[in-house]
Design a protein around this ligand. Structure first.
Ligand code: PGA
Length: 264
């Protein structure tokens, strides 16, 4: 397996791909159990890491439904950086850890847009997640206006640099980055594979500047934004896209399984 993936990426460094489902604010606990069970039945011996990220209130149900599966990991959609206290409505890393959560999505554009997340709060969360041994999936991406203004590279570089500020050289390879152009999220407008791959190479370039080329080669960078069963194979066959963060298509078990299968 190591050699196949190394060959796929054309490098001596192996980056195990990740397919993560971001369920957003969808599914009740009972519906979560049903979807997890369907996915469990369809996804076996995947050649990538498979992650499902239900809503916070459904994590317990998802964990119970995932029992006995070594194929699928649990992820959360957000986390606060303080341990506990007067932070009404927030979710602590301790709770996530106790629920068996392994990954946590941080700085999703919907959280930046609707819940006032900033590059600085994302950075605090990234540092705390690493300290607590949760794997952050840090989202970066430009808006349609920024794309039209031709500043995509500047935007993703800045978001990446701030998100990783203070992350040690020894820890950076455990961070996962998701490039999610905002104009492609939930719109059906996917970035072309070369467009997405090119921006991801620039994000990797920003990581290289902060660390070393070797460290940057180990960081997994996913693409997200209308990835689906029809376009996944092409996006995932590029040199630098190391998996997907899937929204809408992750709510349909067969589509999600097909995306996972496109890496086989
Ligand atoms: P989408 O969402 O696949 O529905 O575009 C991706 C995301 O927001 O993570």
């Amino acid at each position: 397996m190591a050699s196949t993936e190394a060959a796929r990426k054309g490098t001596s460094i192996m980056r195990k791909p990740i397919i993560a489902g971001n369920w957003k604010m969808n599914k009740t606990p009972s519906q979560t159990v049903k979807l997890v069970e369907e996915i469990k039945a369809l996804v076996k011996n995947a050649r990538c890491e498979v992650v499902v990220c239900p809503t916070q209130t459904c994590l317990f149900a998802a964990r119970e439904a995932l029992m006995g599966s070594n194929d699928i990991s649990l992820g959360a959609q957000n986390m606060f950086f303080e341990e506990k206290g007067a932070f009404t409505g927030e979710v602590s890393y301790e709770s996530l850890l106790e629920l068996g959560v392994k990954y946590v999505i941080l700085g999703h554009s919907e959280r930046r847009q609707f819940f006032a997340e900033t590059d600085e709060t994302v950075n605090k969360k990234v540092l705390k997640a690493i300290e607590k041994k949760l794997i952050p999936i840090v989202c970066v991406g430009e808006s349609l206006t920024q794309k039209q203004q031709g500043v995509t590279e500047e935007v993703v570089r800045m978001q990446t640099r701030i998100a990783l500020s203070g992350v040690s050289a020894g820890s950076v390879e455990d961070v996962v980055i998701a490039y999610e152009p905002i104009w492609a999220i939930g719109t059906g407008m996917t970035a072309t594979s070369s467009e997405a791959n090119d921006t991801i190479r620039r994000i990797r370039g920003a990581v290289t500047e902060m660390y070393t080329p070797e460290a940057a080669q180990k960081v997994r960078i996913l693409y997200g934004g209308s990835m689906n069963a029809g376009n996944a194979r092409e996006l995932l066959s590029t040199s630098d896209i190391d998996g997907g963060l899937i929204g809408g298509a992750s709510l349909k078990s067969e589509d999600f399984a097909q995306i996972v299968g496109s890496l086989n």
